[in-house]
Design a protein around this ligand. Structure first.
Ligand code: NAI
Length: 462
């Protein structure tokens, strides 16, 4: 009998397994593909590795701006892919080692929940049955592939985030359906390597939930770099290597590509592992279809002893959310006081320049009827940013409550904002005011100082 069985070895599952093992819980983890899940094998890590190669290439191409001249910079796509494989392999091995050192039993097989009885929760894998007192479901999500007419005939031209990572040749022309996070990161990568990229997005802006001003600034920068954006354009069909879409005036338009990337969102993986045998309640969409496992703030499902964390909840589909949710579930099992909070979850888009944000955007604050003020500064107020980002443009925005000036949200465009956004998360989590933020000593010269500078611009702009 195990104290805890975990289905799914992504950042939700493996982090929970580590925490559970460290706390002395007899833990078993089932993973049918590769430890690390989508994040490590076909998401966050491989894409960031590719994007870093693109960034290095871009440094060579733009070296002139820094007084460094590189003759005929070039790249080898096969070598870029090889390095990506190496990085993934190394990190998967690291997760395997972490499981071992925390005495987690790893079953490299597909798990199937048989049900919950007096003895515990029964799980089957490769003909063997396992019993556990608690179950944590971390089965993740899969790419949404809408049934566009012509899709099945298009064959291998159409790819998702998984297949595009395995392409052995760089497409000369790429059409991206959906200008969300996945779409924009791949658009950025291939654009840097010289691919002609067209992004077709249904909404009037790219990166929907992001701060409007920042997504407009990023779009402008990528337009300058050669990406074509078709906004308010809904894809309706695929004709071979051609994407058919309706423009805002209702005209039927077409754009062709050597590859078509389908990046229109992801959906929770709820099928095929016996979830129905537990009778767990799900969140339903307007059409009454289940879109995620329903959990409370302690990651408990409607069935006692059964927890869920990560994309399978259908809520905040981010690796770091999954890991924290897994920790909350383990702490709840251990009887420790903990709860999941979503008000300061950071979001990062690894374009070049990067985008990072945490907390409320202006439009979210407006929609919630919150009285707020906005303070903002160009990134150029940071000396380090100017030193390292020739011709770079960026912005830092802080959203504060109108009365007390408590930090509600921070949104940034400019490198390396992915590495400094956590300070905003801390400020939001701790309920800090702008005045308290002003008292913190930031290292000089760093780009992080932009947060403090922006906090000081309160008097000037409000
Ligand atoms: P997304 O939800 O971010 O974007 C999908 C986009 O497709 C939306 O803007 C939507 O309006 C558009 N769309 C939908 N149907 C369309 C149609 N018929 N025609 C044109 N446009 C259409 O989903 P995405 O990019 O696939 O990412 C999936 C998940 O993975 C997200 O939850 C994201 O947060 C996560 N992710 C996070 C990353 C990060 O944190 N850096 C990186 C990659 C993925």
């Amino acid at each position: 009998m195990y104290d805890l069985a975990i289905i799914g070895g992504g950042p939700g599952g493996y982090v929970a397994a580590e925490r559970a093992g460290a706390a002395g819980l007899n833990t078993i983890l089932f993973e049918k593909k590769s430890l690390g899940g989508v994040c490590l094998n076909e998401g966050c890590i491989p894409t960031k590795t590719l994007l870093y190669s693109a960034k290095v290439y871009n440094y060579a191409v733009t070296g002139d701006h820094y007084g460094v001249h590189v003759d005929n910079p070039s790249f080898d796509y096969a070598e870029i892919l090889k390095r990506k494989e190496k990085v993934v392999k190394k990190l998967v091995a690291g997760v395997r080692l972490a499981m071992k050192s925390h005495e987690v039993t790893v079953v490299p097989a597909e798990a199937f929940i048989k049900g919950r009885g007096a003895e515990g929760i029964a799980i089957e894998a490769e003909g063997e049955e396992y019993l556990a007192k608690n179950l944590l479901i971390c089965t993740g999500s899969e790419a949404v592939v809408p049934p566009f007419p012509g899709l099945s005939e298009a064959g291998e031209v159409v790819v998702t985030n998984r297949e595009i990572l395995a392409l052995t040749e760089r497409p000369a022309e790429l059409v991206v359906i959906g200008g969300g996070v996945i779409g924009m990161e791949f658009a950025a990568f291939f654009n840097t390597l010289g691919t002609k990229v067209t992004v077709v997005e249904m909404l009037p802006k790219i990166l929907g939930p992001l701060d409007d001003e920042i997504s407009a600034m990023l779009q402008k920068q990528y337009e300058k770099k050669g990406i074509t954006f078709c906004l308010s354009c809904k894809v309706t069909a695929i004709e071979g290597d051609t994407v058919v879409y309706e423009d805002p005036e209702g005209n039927v338009c077409r754009v062709r590509g050597d590859r078509i990337l389908m990046s229109v969102g992801r959906r929770a993986s709820l099928q095929g592992f016996g979830l129905e045998n537990l009778g767990v309640e799900c969140v339903l969409n307007k059409a009454g279809r289940p879109v995620g496992i329903k959990v409370d703030e302690k990651m408990r499902t409607s069935v006692p002893g059964v927890y869920a964390a990560g994309d399978v909840t259908g809520f905040s589909m981010l690796a770091h959310t999954a890991s924290r949710e897994g920790e909350v579930a383990v702490n709840t099992i251990l009887g420790k006081e903990d709860r999941m909070r979503y008000n300061a979850i950071p979001g990062v888009v690894y374009t070049n320049p990067e985008v990072a944000g945490a907390g409320l955007t202006e439009s979210e604050a407006q929609a919630r009827g919150i009285a707020f003020k906005v303070v903002k500064l160009p990134m150029a107020y940071s000396g380090r940013f100017v030193a390292e980002n020739e011709r770079g443009e960026g912005i830092c925005k802080i959203i504060v409550g109108a009365e007390r000036h408590e930090v509600l949200g921070v949104h940034m465009l400019g490198n390396p904002c992915s590495e400094i956004i956590h300070s905003a998360c801390i400020a939001i989590e701790q309920g800090m005011t702008l005045e308290q933020l002003q008292e913190v000593v930031f290292p000089h010269p760093t780009v992080s100082e932009i947060i403090k500078e922006t906090a000081f611009s309160l008097q000037e702009t409000i």
